[in-house]
Write a protein that binds this ligand. Structure first.
Ligand code: FE2
Ligand code: FE2
Length: 202
């Protein structure tokens, strides 16, 4: 897939990742791989939750079932990388970025609004992961790790489009587009606040 264009054009993200994030990753590979592993775990867990919650939606179940396997495969790849380097899988840390996004999800109202927000949250997390992996694949010194992250980047880009596509399958495209824009604006604010505070996010 072509990821040579500007991130904003491809993924719709309003802000690029702060380049300092790259240095952060290089300084503590154990931490970044641990964070990454739990991102993959959360992606797999959330897909399972969506399947159980919306089991009547045939296309969603059919499309997300293999993603669970894929995300868990990613978790295992990161785990293998840690072991290979004699690093340890640390504790899962509080994910400030994801927690902020969850606050923006509509909790009341009709189920369609909640459903749409759950799908768009996943699309956003996948898009942001993709963008960060792109950074790592371009910015890390270790060639092996650059390729390692390039493969993840390609895979997460496919997931981002899948969640948007699922939203458009079950809801009016205009409604999806309008809400997606609101999510992008909200995410830009979250990113700005977190980068300023220097929080580590993934
Ligand atoms: Fe993944
Ligand atoms: Fe993913």
């Amino acid at each position: 897939m072509d990821l040579s264009q500007d991130t904003k054009n491809i993924l719709g993200l309003q802000l690029p990742t702060d380049p300092r994030w790259i240095n952060l990753a290089e300084r503590s590979l154990e931490d970044i791989l641990t964070d990454h592993a739990f991102c993959e775990q959360k992606a797999a867990t959330t897909c399972i939750t969506l399947i159980t919650r919306y089991s009547d939606k045939e296309k969603l179940v059919k499309e997300l079932a293999p993603i669970v396997t894929e995300e868990w495969g990613h978790f295992r790849l990161v785990l293998a990388e840690l072991h290979k380097r004699k690093l340890k899988l640390g504790k899962q840390r509080k994910d400030l970025y994801v927690n902020k996004l969850l606050e923006f999800q509509r909790k009341g109202g009709n189920w369609e609004d909640r459903f749409l927000d759950q799908l768009l949250t996943m699309a956003l997390i996948e898009a942001r992961s993709c963008e960060r992996f792109k950074r790592l694949s371009e910015g890390l010194e270790d060639e092996y790790l650059r390729n390692f992250y390039r493969r993840f980047m390609e895979s997460e880009a496919g997931h981002y489009t899948l969640f948007i596509d699922l939203a458009e399958t079950y809801m009016d495209k205009e409604i999806v587009r309008k809400r997606w824009k609101e999510w992008l604006d909200f995410e830009a604010d979250v990113m700005e606040t977190m980068e300023v505070r220097g929080d580590r996010i993934h």
